[in-house]
Design a protein around this ligand. Structure first.
Ligand code: B1M
Length: 215
């Protein structure tokens, strides 16, 4: 099928409507037609999740709709993730990544992990609801250069400060940098809690991690 015959808006609709089967089907067809996997994520899947969030705010969607949309997005991402990670070249550093304590959102964090892997980093994904102590213990054990923390809730992003403090207390400050991101996080917030860097996107997190390693 020619790329022009593909209606990629079906991917947007599939994520928005929580249609896992359609999301997987359109993604498979698009990848077979050599559509850039990054484009599928940035131009169709993330905007669909943004619309899901908007509908949730206006009480058109409730938690079950959020869950089935997230399931559709994750189903499509499972196909895309290996392609993002396969882009890597030389391992450039070790990163421990996770979603902050109390927070169960893992889609953005998963994208950050995949992009870092694709950017040549050795990545340990600790999952969601990760305590400051766990971030530090795993970073120590792994000899990580970077701890990457994601948060999606204004109520949980404050926990990022505990990660920065735990790194300092463990005496790792010189060897291990803390970077933060996620929808509610800003550069100002990152500066306030003493994080070493902030990015608003998964691709930006890779550039940031590279800059920090070079400095
Ligand atoms: Co939740 N949720 N949710 N949710 N959810 C939001 C975040 C919300 C904004 C929706 C809304 O009201 N509009 C709102 C937060 C409001 C606030 O804090 N101000 C919200 C809420 C309220 C909640 C609950 C409290 C709902 C409830 O139970 N009443 C609850 C909390 C549970 C918990 O965590 N303890 C909850 C639950 C859930 C689900 C479990 C149902 C589901 C998550 C499923 C999953 O992840 N497996 C869910 C979803 C899907 C969303 C929305 C709709 C989509 C999130 C998402 O995956 N976006 C979300 C609304 C929204 O964000 N538009 C919402 C796509 C993803 C690719 O983007 O994660 O932002 P994002 O990641 C981006 C960047 O932020 C960046 O890179 C990514 C790609 O570019 N990035 C980093 C992320 N981490 C980074 C780290 C970095 C650098 C960049 O460096 C380390």
């Amino acid at each position: 099928m020619a790329t022009s015959d593909l209606d990629l808006n079906r991917l947007y609709d599939a994520v928005l409507n929580g249609d896992l089967k359609a999301a997987v089907e359109v993604t498979n067809t698009a990848l077979a037609a050599d559509v850039d996997p990054q484009q599928l994520v940035t131009d169709f899947m993330i905007p669909a999740m943004d619309e899901v969030g908007r509908r949730f705010e206006t009480n058109e969607y409730f938690v079950p709709e959020l869950l089935i949309s997230a399931r559709a997005m994750k189903g499509a991402l499972e196909l895309i993730r290996p392609l993002l990670t396969a882009r890597g070249i030389e391992p450039v550093g070790r990163v421990v990544v996770g979603t902050v304590k109390g927070d169960l959102h893992d889609i953005g964090k998963g994208l950050v992990a995949a992009m870092l892997e694709g950017g040549g980093f050795d990545v340990l994904d600790l999952g969601v609801d990760v305590s400051a102590e766990k971030f530090v213990a795993q970073a120590k054990e792994r000899g990580a250069h970077i701890i990457a923390v994601s948060a999606l809730l204004t109520t949980t992003m404050v926990g990022m400060k505990s990660v920065v403090a735990a790194v300092q207390e463990a005496g790792l400050k010189d060897r291990c940098r803390v970077i933060v991101g996620g929808a509610p996080v800003t550069q100002h917030f990152a500066d306030t809690i003493g994080a070493d860097g902030y990015s608003n996107s998964a691709a930006g997190a890779v550039a940031l991690a590279r800059r920090l390693l070079a400095s």
